[in-house]
Structures are given as C-alpha cells and as structure tokens.
Design a protein around this ligand. Structure first.
Ligand code: PBG
Length: 318
C-alpha cells in the first residue's frame, strides 16, 4: 500500500476541491487495483499570506503554487490539485501536469443583493471584484457601474456582500459549485459579455514527472477534450506573457466543424481571446477555430498583438 501525500492550500475552496479529487482518485485506484491511499498536507503559500494588496501589485506569477511545487520536488508531497487559472504557464523541471479533469463550467457569475442580474443593477451600483479582466469587461458593458476592489476567499467575499459593502460581486461559477453554493448564483455572465480567465473552471493535477505509478492513475482521470481546450487558452496567455493578474480572458470550446459537410459529426476547437484596457474603453477580441491547440493560441495572440494588445498590457504592467 502506497500513501500518496497531496499538498493543498488551506483555503476552504482548495481543501474542498482537493478532497473531491481524492475521492475520485481513490475510487479509480480501487477499481483498477492500484493499492493507493491518500493523505492531505496543508501548505501556506505567498498568495495566502498577502491578502491586503491587489494581486497585480505583488506581481509574480505562481503566487499560489511555488511553495507547493518545492514541497513536491523535495518529496514532502506527491501531488497537488490546482485551479488551472492559478497555474503558471511553465512548470518547473521535474514536474508535470498529470491530469486535467472534465471542466464543468468556465463562466463568471454575478451574486447580487435582491437577485438582480447585470442589466437590472441600478445606475452606479457598487460591484466587487479584484480582477482587472472582470472589471475591464464589466465597465465596457455597463460604464456606469462602480467597480470596487474586493479580495479574500470566496466565503469572505460573500460575507462582504451580505454586510452591505457591495450591491453585487463577481465570482467564478466553478468555485461556488465545488463548495455546494450554486444556489448563491444570481445570474451567469455570458462569455460574450465577460470572457473567463484562462483555464477558469478547470483543475490541474501536478505531480513529479518520474512518478510513473501515480501518473498511470492520473491518466485515467484526465479528460482529453478539456485538456486540449485548456491548452489552447494557456498557449494564448503565455504568448502574451500573461498571468491571471492582467486584463486577459479566453474561452475555448469544442464546436461542430463548420467545414464538415459529410455529417460525420467532427468537432473543432473554437478559441476566443480578449485583451482589455482597465477602464474598459478598449476591448480587443478575436475568435479562431481549428484542431491544434497551440496554433490556435498563437494565432489569436498574434491577431490581438496586431491590434495593439502589447501596449495595453505594457500600461497595466507599468
Ligand atoms: N482567483 C481565485 C480563484 N482561483 C480559482 C477560483 C475558483 C474557480 C476556478 O477554479 O477556476 C477562484 C475564485 C474565483 O475567481 O471566483
């Protein structure tokens, strides 16, 4: 019997999604005769320690994963469950992404006082988000809204809403689902209004490259379709030298192949990418379809760069 030690951040969301992945892996392990058991080890990351400043100010990609990756290289832990959107585009030597499970929902959602949707919020309503990507797109759609900085875990953000600090807040739907709080969702933001963060809603399971036995189990848990769409989004982000603290959004989905006239039901990936200015006066957006995730990611990035994406991003980073 081998005990797989799973590193996790201490937030309720991190522990909850780690627990859910362990349940699924334990089931697969028993079913396929792996003889594994799992144990959680909590790890405090830099992102968890710095909760009072905007994430774009503290900078540094991988704020939530560095310590976890070091523990994995040091063999203090064997694997970790990450939100894909918090994962840097490059993994350190010796570590790989062993599985990307099925993505259920990548959308953002609005949680508002009184059940009002985005169009119903009163003029000048105070909306909480800490994401430049969300505030840029919301300002473009509803310039009158007052977008205000909010940070903290999902539970503390919901509390701030209840305490009357905001008329509404924006969160990823996936986090609320995993917490079992989907009844808190007032309305979903269409991806046409608010393109999600790269990898939003997807999880990634990181492990050591040479951990052959664990990788065999993880490959059974991998969802190929999700992995490919997430790869397209992530290629786009790294081509723009992104990170989750810049106003960049992307969404890839499988759609019917428009050039398939034989009714064979073949599918292609449709990738939409966006770069917006923080005040929402510029929103650059492009959509391409194809079957090579990396080509799609680079193509959308190139098209946005041709429209001036890099100078918008330089101003944000400046
Ligand atoms: N930025 C923090 C973060 N990282 C992952 C999630 C949960 C959603 C996901 O896994 O994509 C959240 C919360 C949120 O954005 O509402």
């Amino acid at each position: 019997m081998r005990t797989i030690v799973v590193g996790s951040r201490q937030s309720v969301l991190a522990l909850t999604q780690t627990g859910q992945v362990i349940d699924a892996l334990q089931h697969l392990s028993d079913e396929h005769g792996f003889d594994f058991q799992f144990e959680v080890k909590k790890i405090v990351t830099k992102g968890d320690r710095i909760l009072d400043v905007s994430l774009s100010k503290v900078g540094g990609k991988g704020l939530f994963v560095k310590e976890i990756e070091q523990a994995m290289l040091d063999k203090e832990i064997d694997m970790a469950v990450h939100s894909m959107k918090d994962m840097p585009s490059e993994l350190p030597d010796g570590l790989i992404n062993g599985a990307v499970p099925l993505r259920v929902d990548s959308r953002d959602c609005l949680i508002s006082i009184g059940g009002l949707n985005l169009d119903q919020l009163p003029q000048g309503a105070k909306v909480g988000t800490s994401s430049l990507r969300r505030s840029s797109q919301l300002k473009a759609y509803r310039p009158d809204l007052q977008l205000e900085f909010i940070r903290g875990n999902i539970d503390s953000r919901l509390r701030k809403l209840e305490n009357g600090e905001f008329d509404a807040i924006l969160l990823a739907a996936a986090g609320l689902y995993r917490m079992g709080w989907e009844d808190r969702v007032t309305s979903y933001l269409s991806v046409d209004v608010c393109l999600p963060a790269v990898g939003q809603g997807a999880l990634g399971i990181e492990c050591r490259e040479d951990d052959t036995d664990l990788r065999k189990l993880l490959s059974l848990y991998n969802d190929e379709s999700t992995m490919l769409t997430v790869a397209a989004e992530r290629t786009f982000l790294s081509a723009l030298n992104g990170g989750c603290q810049v106003p960049i959004g992307a969404h890839a989905v499988w759609v019917d192949d428009p050039s398939d006239h034989s009714q064979k039901g073949s599918k292609v990936i449709q990738l939409t990418g966006m770069v917006g200015s923080p005040d929402g006066d510029i929103i650059l957006k492009e959509t391409v379809t194809g079957i090579h995730p990396e080509k799609l990611g680079l193509e959308v990035a190139d098209r946005l760069i041709a429209q001036g994406a890099e100078s918008i991003l330089a101003q944000v980073r400046g």
